[in-house]
Ligand binder design. Structure first.
Ligand SMILES: Nc1nc2c(ncn2[C@@H]2O[C@H](COP(=O)(O)OP(=O)(O)O)[C@@H](O)[C@H]2O)c(=O)[nH]1
Ligand SMILES: [Mg+2]
Length: 471
């Protein structure tokens, strides 16, 4: 164990009274797994754990031959629910496999790996144990970070102009009509306040379903156990000339501040601040499938998410967390939707999406990587001759119809600008020569003889980046 790791462990023992001095000897690595809802967090964590417990499908994890044991531990934090690994695995691995149910809150699981040096070192060094705490939390919660810097008036103005923009105006119609009919400077009436907050939430949900990513406040979409609480009963309002406390505006302003102080800040302080390494899952294919407006929105949401990882640039965050995430992996998920010959284009697209958002200088300290992966491979590849040319296909069972089909989902361009430029220019459809159709596939039936690890694409590369150097 290097000196840096020792001091890190000491710091952790001091700031976490529940853990004993044992952590000095057995280091804990906290890995955050995030991404917007449906990005693939639950399936990713389930697959990561299954493939670390049974490593027969993990050749890319270099320390694999040295791992002598892998086991799950009791959940170390009393205040965070345990990640329901067994339940999710059973969903994927049952005779009638189905995707696990979606979750909307934070959860955690501890996996421990025991390694034994081989060769000359064997006998000189004893086995060592690394505890890996995997923390699953919604990327939507990171979208709330910019709120900490904003006043209620600024946030309202920004949200209103976003909702009135052509891409979203139709989705926001119901809420905006209700807003027209209300008087921000008038006396607070709770039923009216609730109706406004509800129609605003309905708009955010509609925007999310339509493929938009930038839908803050995060807890409005994923309230966890806060559903219906006053801290979530507000919405943007135009500022009246005079702000009085007993008015609708005054009340919403107060609740906005309470939301920041009691919900957003504690999340960053108590959970986010303790993360050592991070994987950000991005459903880039889903956004491409949904069209240029969804891609542009994803790009904007990613820049907001990225601000969370550069505390140096963000005064409020430095004050709350103090320390930095040391490694960040960005992964385009569900890569089994396309033939592997297209994976470089998918990773390239993700890199381009990110490079717009991050500027090199501010990334000093954190090492990053982008790759495309599938946590659970639902398709097989196939090639066929079509009009004299070889065509790459993927075969799987469609979610919608249950039919087993082989299809060509479309070609991703080698130059990501061909997607990003129309998206930035506000196109509402892809140019004529670009077509994508990426239907959802059902999880595959796995035979009983199959090993316990799940079939995947590049999960071993992801694991190597996240934990390889610690083993
Ligand atoms: N084909 C395929 N689909 C996936 C994969 N991972 C996730 N999905 C799909 O994406 C959906 C959302 O995944 P989930 O892990 O629940 O997302 P979360 O909301 O981020 O936790 C799943 O129900 C699947 O339909 C994958 O590796 N391959
Ligand atoms: Mg989930």
């Amino acid at each position: 164990m290097g000196l840096a790791e020792i001091t890190d462990s000491i710091a952790r023992v001091i700031d976490d009274t529940q853990s004993g001095a044992k952590e000095l000897l057995e280091p804990v690595l906290r890995i955050g797994v995030t991404g917007l809802s449906r990005a693939g967090k639950t399936v990713f964590i389930t697959s990561l754990i299954a493939n670390l417990l049974d490593r027969s499908r993990m050749p890319g994890l270099k320390a694999n031959p040295h791992i002598s044991a892998a086991f799950l531990q009791p959940q170390p934090d009393d205040t965070i629910p345990r990640f329901a690994y067994e339940q999710h695995l059973q969903a994927l691995n049952s005779p009638a496999p189905h995707w696990p149910e979606s979750t909307s809150s934070i959860s955690q699981l501890r996996l421990s790996l025991r390694t034994q040096p081989t060769g000359l070192l064997r006998g000189l060094k004893g086995p060592k144990t690394l505890h890996i705490d995997i923390v699953d939390y919604p990327g939507e919660w990171l979208l709330d970070l910019p709120l900490l810097k904003q006043s209620y008036a600024d946030w309202s103005a920004e949200s209103l102009s976003q909702a009135r923009a052509p891409a979203r105006a139709e989705l926001a119609e119901g809420w905006l009509a209700r807003l027209e009919a209300s008087d921000p400077g008038g006396a607070l009436e709770e039923p009216q306040a609730q109706a406004l907050a509800e129609s605003f939430t309905a708009y955010l949900q509609a925007a999310r379903s339509a493929g938009f990513s930038n839908c803050a406040p995060g807890r409005f979409l994923l309230p966890g156990d806060l559903k219906g609480s006053p801290a979530l009963t507000f919405a943007p309002l135009p500022r009246p000339d005079k702000v009085r406390s007993k008015t609708l505006y005054g009340a919403f302003q107060r609740r906005f501040e309470a939301y920041k102080k009691q919900i957003v800040k504690p999340f960053f302080r108590d959970h986010f601040a303790k993360i050592d390494r991070q994987i950000v899952l991005v459903d880039a294919l889903g956004a491409i499938h949904n069209g240029p407006e969804a891609v542009e929105d994803l790009r904007l949401a990613l820049s907001d998410i990225l601000t969370s990882f550069r505390p140096g640039k963000n005064h409020i965050l430095s004050m709350i967390t103090g320390r930095k995430v040391e490694k960040i992996l960005f992964a385009a998920t569900k890569a089994d939707h396309i033939h592997h010959s297209q994976h470089p284009q998918l990773s390239g697209f993700l890199e381009a999406l990110l490079s717009d958002a991050k500027d090199a200088a501010s990334w000093k300290g954190a090492s990053t990587q982008a790759l495309s992966l599938a946590a659970m491979r639902a398709t097989v590849e196939q090639s066929t001759k079509h009009e004299g040319e070889m065509l790459d296909l993927v075969r799987g069972i469609l979610m919608e119809s249950g039919k087993n089909v082989a299809l060509h989902p479309g070609d991703l361009p080698a130059d990501p600008a061909r997607l990003l430029t129309p998206a930035k220019q506000g196109a509402s459809e892809w140019p004529d020569n670009i077509h994508y159709n990426l239907p959802a596939f059902a999880p595959p039936k796995t035979g009983i003889e199959a090993p316990k690890g799940l079939a995947h694409i590049r999960m071993d590369k992801a694991a190597e980046f996240l934990i390889g150097d610690k083993l």
